[in-house]
Design a protein around this ligand. Structure first.
Ligand SMILES: [Zn+2]
Length: 187
């Protein structure tokens, strides 16, 4: 008797999980993301190292670069204005960054935050670095900070994980909005 109850509740728990997770994710509406996550389309080499060679443009999504650092729009944004700030060099660990590079990146990070705040007037912002695939980095071999503007009413962190956030602004619009600011910065 006890055994069968336990069996039922275990089965019930599993059913709940199966019903929750697929329905909360957004895979069906974002096929490009599926392909990326499942690696059906594999970028050749490191995508950031490819971007690093480009000039700032809508097609490269590169907003800014100096000798050491660069700023790129996230191709798969979690919210409008989602930026990536990263070293131009292919470095996987923060511990391998030299002091001068770290300082430069910090300054670019700060300048980028000021720009996004000015351009979007957000109420808050997630700034973070996922180091390593285990920590959730999509491109673990090339260090990158995320700047994710947040607004009251864009709910909690759950959409960041479940990828259900509706993006109101296209990448083109985001680029057009932000590029003029980045043209002016000197770090
Ligand atoms: Zn790289």
């Amino acid at each position: 008797m006890k055994k069968s109850r336990a069996g039922r509740s275990h089965k019930q728990a599993r059913v709940d999980l199966e019903e929750i997770w697929p329905s909360e994710r957004d895979f069906m509406e974002r096929p490009a993301r599926i392909k990326y996550v499942r690696k059906l389309i594999k970028p050749k080499g490191c995508v950031f190292c490819e971007v690093e060679k480009k000039r700032p443009s809508k097609s490269s999504l590169l907003l800014y670069k100096n000798e050491i650092s660069m700023v790129v729009l996230n191709k798969y944004p979690y919210n409008n204005g989602h930026l990536l700030v990263l070293p131009r060099a292919h470095i996987a660990s923060l511990l391998d960054l030299e002091a001068a590079a770290y300082t430069n990146l910090s300054e670019v990070l700060k300048a980028s935050l000021a720009i996004v705040q000015d351009a979007y007037g957000f109420k808050g912002c997630n700034i973070g670095l996922n180091q390593g695939a285990t920590a959730g980095a999509g491109i673990p071999d090339h260090l990158h900070w995320h700047i994710i503007p947040r607004w009251l009413g864009d709910t909690n962190f759950f959409p960041l994980i479940a990828e259900t956030k509706v993006i109101a602004e296209g990448l083109d619009q985001t680029y057009e909005r932000l590029r003029p600011y980045f043209k002016k910065i000197k770090v």
